[in-house]
Structures are given as structure tokens and as C-alpha cells.
Design a protein around this ligand. Structure first.
Ligand SMILES: NC(=O)c1ccc[n+]([C@@H]2O[C@H](COP(=O)([O-])OP(=O)(O)OC[C@H]3O[C@@H](n4cnc5c(N)ncnc54)[C@H](OP(=O)(O)O)[C@@H]3O)[C@@H](O)[C@H]2O)c1
Length: 283
């Protein structure tokens, strides 16, 4: 039995991932509100009554809530085997927190803070791994956009930038952690979830046209997350890849996905997060 933390576990791909993993594993559901998390936990207990399920409320925009959840996990559990940074959203509008676009703030910085705070607990597991849910849309991301206010930035571009950041963060983790903890990023496929609720205009039109033809169910969309959580380390490391789709290693499709950009994102993110990191999490 592994102990698995999943963010955004109350809906869509995250909930489907939790349900697949529930029968054999212990779950910690990190959800925006306790109420949504408890509803998800109740639906999981229906299919896996013996599975230990803990719910922790975290809004990834709110670093204090990330710290509280991490403290709770550290105090209650000796080790964590898998952290699945799944939560994400397509922005309704462009907003900034300081110099950081809000989607990047939650999707990248919120997850990086959670990851760094949990690293000491992850390192206590036999084969720890971190799984970051990115998107094929990372191909449109621009590493030069991070931590800057960009005039005329579209919501589509902001989303793509955040998804590129998920991949660069994965690369940086592997560079920094050497073999102590392995990190993987993935594209779940194009999946029918609540995800597109705030998309407007021509992109929405394309989505609606494509839905009956191409969309996967959340259960199908969870497959690569479940594969990466379950597969023996030897099998996934043999691939020497850090980005997966359809449960297979896949080429990263962005020329900006370089070791230098990964290191730059890490350094600049680290500066922002440093006041929120405990001593144990500074690496
Ligand atoms: N659906 C697709 O076609 C697709 C394609 C490529 C990649 N992805 C990625 O897959 C992941 C899961 O998305 P999904 O399709 O399952 O969408 P979803 O059904 O909208 O679920 C997203 C989850 O993330 C949570 N979340 C969003 N912002 C949060 C915040 N600030 N703090 C805490 N939790 C937050 C949501 O909580 P609430 O319920 O409270 O909003 C929800 O639980 C995302 O990272 C997304 O980028 C999806």
C-alpha cells in the first residue's frame, strides 16, 4: 500500500485518479474546500470502504493554506510515496499577484511550495515520486513570460505558460534531487471535465465542436497519472524521460524546455517561496 497525496482531488481527472488508486492505497485528498473534499472522500469510501482517506483544504493561491496542509501531513505521516500535483484551471481573466500571473501562481508556485514542504516526508519513502499534471498545450508556453506583467496577455497564453512551468519544474526537480526523488510530468489527453467552464470565444467553439468526437472521459484521462503512480520505478526510469502521455514517454514540444530555463524558473520561484519554506524544505 502506498500513501498518495493528490491535489484537485474533488473533480475531473483528480477524482478519477483517486478512485482508481483507492482500493490499493492510502489517500490524502487536497481540495480547495473541506466540503468538496469530504464529498469526494464519501464517493471514494463507497467503492473502497477500507481505504484510509484524509481530506485537507488548500487553495493553491493561498500559501498559508499550503503551509498548514503540509504541516498536518508532516505531523501525521512518517512518509509519502507519491505526490500528484493535479489541480489546475483555465483562467477566466488575466489577474496578477505581484508580478506573477495568477494561473502561474497557483498552478506552479502553489504546487512548488507544497512539493518543497513535503520533500522531507517524500524522502522517507522507498521509491518516492512526484507527478505534475501538465498539458500538451505547454507547446504554446513562453518561458520569457514568467514573473512579468505582459501587456495584452490572453487567458490561453497564460494557461499555456503555466503548463510549460509544470514541465520546467519537473525538469528542475530531477536536476536538483538527483535520484532521491523522481519527478514526472504528463499530458492527460483532452478530457471532458469542468475544466473548460471559463473558456470563451473561438477556443470554446472549437472545444464544443471537438467534444463528441475526441474527448476522453475523466477515467480515461486519469490513466497516465495512475500508470506513473503505480509503475515500478525501474520501468519508468528505463525510459529516461520525464514527460508522458498515453502512459508512454513523449517528446516535450517546446524549444524553451531547456535545463537553463528550468534552473532559472527554479531560482526565481525559490526567491518568492523562501519566506514560506521551513528549514527542512530548503535544498
Ligand atoms: N481536461 C483536459 O482536457 C485537460 C487537458 C490537459 C491538461 N489538463 C490538466 O488536468 C488537471 C486537472 O484538470 P481537470 O480537467 O480535471 O479539471 P477540473 O475538473 O476543473 O478539476 C480541476 C481541479 O483543480 C482544482 N483547483 C483549481 N484551482 C485550484 C486552486 N487555486 N486551489 C486548489 N485547487 C484548485 C479544482 O478545484 P475546484 O473544484 O474547487 O475548482 C478541481 O478540483 C489540470 O492541471 C489541467 O491543467 C486537463
Amino acid at each position: 500500500m502506498k500513501r498518495i497525496v493528490i491535489t484537485g482531488a474533488n473533480a475531473g481527472i483528480g477524482l478519477a485518479t483517486a478512485k482508481f488508486l483507492a482500493p490499493q492505497n492510502e489517500l490524502i485528498l487536497v481540495c480547495r474546500t473541506q466540503r468538496k473534499g469530504e464529498t469526494a472522500a464519501a464517493s471514494i469510501r463507497l467503492i473502497a470502504p477500507r481505504t484510509p482517506v484524509t481530506v485537507l483544504p488548500v487553495d493553491l493561491h493561498d500559501f498559508a493554506s499550503v503551509q498548514l496542509a503540509a504541516m498536518h501531513i508532516q505531523s501525521k505521516f512518517d512518509s509519502i510515496d507519491v505526490l500528484i500535483n493535479n489541480a489546475g484551471y483555465y483562467p477566466k481573466r488575466i489577474e496578477y499577484i505581484g508580478q506573477t500571473e495568477k494561473t502561474l501562481y497557483a498552478s506552479h508556485l502553489g504546487h512548488m511550495l507544497l512539493t518543497l514542504l513535503l520533500l522531507p516526508t517524500l524522502e522517507m519513502a522507498a521509491e518516492p515520486r512526484i507527478i505534475n499534471v501538465s498539458s500538451a498545450l505547454h507547446w504554446r508556453g513562453n518561458a520569457q513570460h514568467f514573473f512579468r506583467q505582459i501587456p495584452g496577455l490572453s487567458t490561453f497564453q497564460a494557461y499555456a505558460d503555466a503548463k510549460l512551468a509544470n514541465i520546467l519544474f519537473t525538469m528542475a526537480l530531477n536536476q536538483k534531487m538527483e535520484s532521491r526523488v523522481r519527478a514526472f510530468a504528463l499530458h492527460p489527453g483532452v478530457v471532458a471535465t469542468n475544466f473548460d467552464r471559463d473558456i470563451r470565444g473561438f477556443f470554446k467553439f472549437l472545444i464544443e465542436a471537438a467534444k463528441p468526437l475526441f474527448y476522453l472521459t475523466p477515467e480515461q484521462g486519469a490513466a497516465t497519472s495512475v500508470y506513473l503512480a503505480n509503475a515500478p520505478t525501474s520501468a519508468i526510469q528505463a525510459a529516461k524521460a520525464c514527460y508522458f502521455a498515453n502512459s508512454r514517454p513523449t517528446q516535450i514540444q517546446n524549444a524553451g524546455a531547456t535545463a537553463a530555463n528550468a534552473d532559472d524558473l527554479w531560482q526565481r520561484s525559490y526567491e518568492v517561496l523562501l519566506p514560506h519554506l521551513s528549514q527542512a524544505a530548503t535544498i
